[in-house]
Design a binder for this molecule. Sequence first.
Ligand code: HEC
Length: 232
Amino acid sequence: MERTSIKAILAGGIILASTTMIIAHGDVAPQPVDTAGLPETGEEWLIENPYRADKVGEEVWAKAIEIGASGYNQNCARCHGLEVVSGGLAPDLRFLEAEEYGDEWYAERYRTGYTQNGTTKMPAFEELLGQDAAWAIRTYIETRPDGDAMEEVADELKGLRDQLAGYATDASGADPDALKARLSEIAGGIETLSGAPVADSVAFRAAKLVDGTPAGYKSAAETLTIGLSATQ
Ligand code: HEC
C-alpha cells in the first residue's frame, strides 16, 4: 500500500512539474481530496491538527499523511514546491511549527488564502477542499524530513537498498531484525523542520516494510530507490 502510494505521489509530481511549466501558477482548478478513512473533523474549525499520532494512533496518522501527500501535490505544490521544498515562489511550509501556534496560522491561511492589492496570491481553500483535507495536508507537510539530514545518510541507505534488493531474490543470510533496527535507527536520526516528533522519511517507511519475506525486502528496496532518487 505504501509502496504504491509513493509511486502515485511521484508520478503525480512529475506530471505536475511538467504542467506547471506551461500554466505557471495562475488559475488552476482545485483538485478534490478524498478523505475517506479519516475521522471527520466537523463544521467548527479546529486550531490544532487532530490527525497527529498521539491523538489518533499511528495508523490513522499514516493514512492522513498519504491522503495529505496527494492533496498537497495537487493543490499546493505548484506554489509551495514539490515535496514541500519551496522554490521561492511562496514560503517553505516545512518550517511551520507543529503545535498550536503553527496550526492556527496554517488554518487561517488555508481558509482565507492571501490577496494583495486585489490580486489573489493564494486561493482560499476553506470552501474548495474543506477541513478534513486541510489537516491531512497539514500532517503531510509537518512530517517532511529535513533534506540535509537525508543527504547525510543517502550513501548508507543506498548500500542498504542494494542489500535489500539482493534479499528480495535470495533471502538466505538475511537478518531482518538487524536490517529493521538499522533502518529505524537511521530514521530516528532524521528530523522534521517543523518540530513534529517523527519524520516520514524513506528510512522510516522502509523499516516498516521489512518483515523477513522476499516481498517485504522488495518493497523496502523499492521505497528506498524511489525516495533516494527524489532527494537528488
Ligand atoms: C497560487 C499559489 C499558491 C497556492 C496554490 C497555495 N499557496 Fe499557500 N501561499 C502562497 C503565497 C504567495 C503565500 C505567502 C502569503 C504571505 O505573504 O503571507 C502563501 C502562504 C501560505 C501559508 C502561510 C505560510 C507562512 O509561513 O506564513 C500557508 C500555511 C499556506 N500558504 C498553505 C497552503 C496550502 C496548504 C496550500 C494548498 C492547499 C496552498 N498554500 C496553496 C501561494 C499559494
